[in-house]
Design a protein around this ligand. Structure first.
Ligand code: ADP
Ligand code: MG
Length: 607
């Protein structure tokens, strides 16, 4: 789960002060030697442990309400990394400047702490309740949107929890807790009328105990003398794990009767949008709502398959009825096969917007077969980050009916919105593409045409992989597909083994993913500029690679270069690629929101 320091090599996670001192000793006790660890007293906070004159110093770094980080009395920074960078140049009150990171010895990973599992649980519960997701859809939502969900939780969540009883008096709280069974740890949270403060009421040994919840100057909540939290929900989750001064830890919530009355409480509770949101503007771009949370992939109608509804699933067939399909004259795009038109497909309970790939009427058999192959492939795929096929329709011509991604191709979108789209927005989208590709890799499919033109946008923060015209399903025992003859191939996106030996695997898709990343971080420029296909091949053979795009972060370029590892055996797979970009995405998403572009930073890692 996002931890703003997770990617730093000198971050140890949840270790004790004494352990930190051991690591510093091992590393030689030089002046300015430092490491970072999790603060056990305040969620989201850190401790900077360092050495000066053979002495240890520990400075608490607090995360403030606005999401910045500061050492008490010091300047605020947008992340722990930036904070350390600052103190490496200017001691500004510390014992000395930070000089040498005490990196984790190899094999030592950051230690997960009690906060980490708490965070995971909260995000999971929130996503489950808000979007009613289960299984893979739930997991994918958590992985792709954890930073955004954490922000939502921080602002709104407790009011939706069954243990929150709003403004009730102390004796009413007791009445509610004493009614029914009274197991130890049964609890509720209530507002206190007087001053907007809160109280916690808890059963232990058939007696109700009441605790005041304090709020400090910066707005953090705690029970007297206890650990401080930004939100009440976090406090409650923590007290479920540790009593932290209470007579007993929190267990079962005493459900608020007024919530139980309305059988289904608040959800879908995402503040700004409803789940059946229609398509966005024609170009998929809507200016970001100011101060409101933005549309998440789970808020759109294309996050889950339309057949995820069991009622609709009853009608699922490869061939669709023509009279359920309305075709618009609007053309979304065109290709060799014909054109792609906008339309609406009528299902049992709802109508959905669709994109329809229409084969030219005077089609030859081979083109037809190709389209049927594409349909057969898409039919087997179901992932939020892949354009789903609804079915095929055989009528005035052969038609492939797909989910609508109204934002259009990624390269066009980025080149037209260069001034508005931040680097972290692109990282988010490319992370989604890596999730879709990881899914394909797991299913043993090769895409063979991954490129920015074939990544379509649902909206500014939601990308899907499309165009399975060249894709192949590999046999269970095969790791690659061998093409008998070369065809009309996108050479600039192809790995050396594709061109030299006609061998296509998930590893060659990884190469294409690298080129796609290059296109994205270049805001839709064409790769290898003026070069022709054969020139590109010799360029690669000479060991050369494209340069880092101007605004591309060093971490991302490093990943691109890994994707362009010459030998496919040594090239990472999507399992690893997704993990790498995820870590980077979380590290920047916890720092800056995808706000105005000017605030976005893209610079080399510290130190
Ligand atoms: P080709 O094989 O010719 O490249 P694509 O499947 O990439 O065909 O589709 C061509 C164009 O049609 C895309 O670039 C895009 O503009 C539009 N298009 C295709 N699928 C969709 C979709 N599901 N939603 C919206 N537009 C689409
Ligand atoms: Mg295409």
């Amino acid at each position: 789960m996002p931890d703003a320091a997770a990617h730093l090599p000198f971050y140890y996670g949840s270790i004790a002060r004494s352990e930190a001192e051991e690591y510093l000793k091992l590393a030689g006790m030089s002046d300015g030697l430092f490491l970072l660890r999790q603060c056990l007293r305040s969620l989201g906070g850190y401790v900077l442990s360092m050495v000066c004159n053979l002495q240890f110093y520990h400075y608490a770094i607090e995360r403030q309400m606005n999401g910045t980080y500061a050492i008490a009395g010091g300047k605020a920074h947008c992340g722990p990394e930036e904070l350390c960078e600052f103190y490496s140049k200017d001691a500004d009150g510390l014992c000395c400047t930070l000089r040498k990171p005490c990196n984790r010895p190899s094999g030592v990973e950051p230690q997960p702490g009690v906060f980490d599992s708490m965070r995971d649980n909260m995000v999971r519960e929130y996503v489950r309740q808000t979007w009613r997701l289960e299984g893979d859809a739930l997991e994918q939502a958590i992985i792709s949107q954890a930073p955004q969900v954490e922000k939502l939780i921080a602002t709104t969540a407790h009011e939706r929890m069954p243990w929150y009883h709003g403004n009730i008096a102390r004796d009413e709280a007791e009445r509610r807790l004493y009614s029914g069974a009274q197991p130890d740890g049964k609890f509720l949270l209530r507002d206190k009328k007087e001053n907007g403060a809160y109280a916690l009421s808890l059963v232990y040994g058939k007696t109700v105990y009441h605790y005041r919840i304090d709020q400090d100057k910066s707005g953090k909540y705690s029970i007297p003398e206890g650990t401080k939290f930004d939100t009440l929900w976090q406090l409650v989750e923590y007290l479920k794990l540790k009593p932290d001064g209470l007579i007993f830890y929190l267990r079962e919530s005493c459900p608020n009767p007024s919530m139980a009355a309305s059988a289904a409480p608040a959800p879908p509770t995402h503040p700004s949008v409803s789940k059946n949101l229609g398509p966005l503007n024609a170009d998929g771009y809507t200016p970001e709502p100011v101060g409101k949370s933005r549309v998440l992939p789970m808020d759109t109608s294309v996050y889950e398959s339309p057949y995820s509804d069991p009622e609709e699933l009853k009608d699922k067939k490869l061939f669709l009825k023509r009279d359920h399909l309305m075709i618009d004259e609007v053309e979304l795009g065109a290709g060799n096969f014909g054109c792609v038109k906008k339309g609406v497909y009528k299902m049992r309970k709802k109508q959905i917007d669709v994109a329809i790939k229409v084969l030219k009427s005077n089609n030859e058999k081979t083109v037809r077969d190709e389209m049927m192959t594409e349909a057969q492939i898409m039919h087997q795929l179901d992932n939020p980050y892949i354009v789903r096929m609804i079915g095929v329709c055989e009528a005035e011509s052969l038609m492939l009916v797909m989910e609508m991604a109204s934002g259009g191709p990624l390269n066009k979108f980025l080149s037209s919105k260069k001034d508005e789209i931040t680097v972290s927005n692109i990282v988010e989208l490319m992370h989604q593409v890596s999730m879709g590709m990881k899914y394909l890799e797991e299913k043993n499919f090769v895409h063979r045409d991954l490129a920015a033109r074939n990544v379509l946008l649902v909206n500014q923060h939601y990308a899907k992989i499309s165009d399975f015209g060249l894709s192949k399903a590999l046999g269970a025992d095969d790791s690659y597909y061998k093409a008998r003859t070369a065809g009309k191939w996108p050479l600039k996106w192809y790995a050396p083994e594709c061109i030299l030996y006609h061998k296509f695997s998930s590893k060659s898709d990884v190469w294409s993913y690298g080129v796609t990343m290059w296109e994205a971080f270049s805001y839709g420029q064409k790769p290898y500029k003026k070069m022709k296909g054969p020139e590109v091949i010799s360029f690669i053979e000479q060991g050369k690679r494209m340069d880092c795009p101007t605004e591309c972060p060093a971490e991302i370029y490093a990943l691109m270069m890994q994707c362009w590892t010459y030998s496919w055996e040594e090239r990472p797979g999507f399992f690893s690629v997704e993990n790498t970009i995820r870590t980077y995405y979380y590290s920047i998403a916890t720092k800056t929101e995808n706000g105005p572009k000017a605030e976005d930073k893209s610079k080399a890692a510290f130190p």
